[in-house]
Structures are given as C-alpha cells and as structure tokens.
Design a protein around this ligand. Sequence first.
Ligand code: SAM
Length: 327
Amino acid sequence: MRSLIDPLGRRITYARVSLTEQCNLRCGYCYDSAKGHPSGSDQLSLSDTVRLIRALAAVGITKIRFTGGEPLVRPGIVDLIRHASRIKGIHTIALTTNGLVLEPMLPELVKAGLNRLNISLDTLDRAVFKRITGVDGFDRVYSAIVSAEQSGAFERVKVNTVIMRGSSDGEVRRFALWALARKVDLRFIEFMPAQGSKWGRALFVGEDEIKSRIGLDLIPQSMEGDDAGPATSYSVTGATGRISFISAVSQCFCGSCNRVRITSTGQLMGCLFLNNGSDLTELLADGAGTDEIARHIRTVVSSPGFRRMPRETHIRTFNPFMRRVGG
Ligand code: SAM
C-alpha cells in the first residue's frame, strides 16, 4: 500500500479522532462558562466515524487515538473501539481521557481492543483538581490511573499534564518524582493558545522552566514506532517512570509530525495551528465508499499548505476549540 506522505515528505501513520465536544469536566482553559457544553447535535455518527477510519487505514494510517471533548461520555465508544480494532491495518487504538468515568469501563475497553491509554491530570492535589476542573473528582481519576497501571493492558500508562502558573507550577518536582517511582510516562504539555483557552504569557510555563523545576539529570530516550512523534522523552537513572515534554509553544516539532486529525464534526485537519480543515461530511452523506474517501484524504494531504511547514515556528491562536479538534 502507498504511504500517506505530505509535500514535505512527512509520512502520516497516525490519526486523532475527536468523538464529541462534550465533557464531564469544566476546565477553565477549555470550558466556556458563558455557553456551557455544546449540544453535540452536529457531531459525526459513530457509523460514519468507522467509515472514515476504514478510509484512513486504506491510506496507511495504523494508529487511531480517540479523544474529545471527553470520549468516554460518547455512548457507543466501546463498540466503536471494537469495530476500529478489527479494521485491517489498524494495530494501535489509543484513548485520551480525563479518567473520571474510566475505571469501571476499563475492562470492556481493553477487551474491545484498546491498547494505549493517556489520562489527563494537571495536579496531585485534590483541592487544586477541583479548582481547575470544577469537579471534585481527583480520587476517581487517581484510582483509574492506578487500575490502568495494574491491569497490565498497557505497556506504560501516560499521564498528560498542563502546568499553569499560579495553579500547578509549584507541584512540578513532586509530580515528576511521583511518575518516576511508578511505571508512568508523565507528559508535560505546554499550554497552547487554543480558542477560548484564556491563554496568556503570564500563565504559560515552558519546558525549560519545568526541567529546571524538576532538577534531575534527565537522560534523552529515542522513541520509535508508535511512540515516535512530537514528544521528547527522558529517563532518570534507577527510575521506572519516564518524563516527556510536548512543547508546541517553545519548540517546533513540525518536522517529525506524523498525524492528521478528524474533528468531532467531520473535518480533516492537518495541524492544530492551521484553520484549514477539509469537510468530509458531504462525502459521507453522498454515500462515498472507502476508496473514494481515501482518494480525497490523499488529495487534501498532498496539497501544499494543508500541514504546517517546519520553519513556521510562530504560533497563532487557532480557531477550532481544543475539544472539537481533539487535544
Ligand atoms: N477529555 C480528554 C482529556 O481530558 O484528556 C481528552 C480531550 S482534552 C482536550 C486532551 C488534552 O488536551 C488534555 O490533556 C488537556 O489538558 C489538553 N489541553 C486542553 N486545552 C489545552 C491547551 N490550551 N493547551 C494544551 N493542552 C490543552
């Protein structure tokens, strides 16, 4: 099969699929308190999502990540994972979740084919968690992380953390030590200027500062296969855990970008920072088959400008909300 390659020669093997804009948390950097959570009336049906995944597999995508919004509030997600995991060519099914309702669902998700898991957690402090998310749910998320680790279903559970000045920046070292003592990959994600995020330099804590707050000798790891991508990862001598950085603001990792995105409303997007999605809903409504959708995806990805060029290091506020495009 011909690989999906963009005009700069970057091979795309990974698609992130936002299943819904809805969420069961109200994080200040994502939730719009004036409008509340969107109704989700314009979200793609799960059967159309499966059609798109088939087309993505047909162009060489091997890894699908379900995200949102909160993917676990989308009814039917277990069936979706089961269908997706049976599609020829797809060998990695990943999920990014806030973990709030994860623990009771974990066995059926794993049975359906889930084999990679990222759980978002911005703090190890129960009161701070409530302040950030608007929900008193720290214990449930923490317990889900422990269960996921103990399940043995994942080589390494990844914990996504966005550090912001004034809320969680004082916890960086403690958080890192916590992860290093477990078999967790703690991923510090730089706060990005998404629409509605209330992003500002005053809140931003970059990779350099986080590294200096950790204050440990971090040994670079080279990642291959499914783990290759924008994250840079480090080990620490004698520790089982790992520390990673996803630094879209202070660094440019576009040269190694291997992904496209499907928004919850059926747009194909080539980059978080470009607002030039291609609407796939008409093709789906017209009854297009796998080959036709696949051809369309190839055409879009090969058009110049659809994905950001490595030299374009500046960051603009991007139009889609994070929850729609899938963080
Ligand atoms: N609800 C799921 C979750 O919480 O993991 C999936 C969606 S959420 C948008 C995915 C990740 O994006 C979370 O780790 C969240 O912290 C992160 N995120 C949201 N807004 C962000 C922003 N403006 N900058 C950086 N990361 C952001």
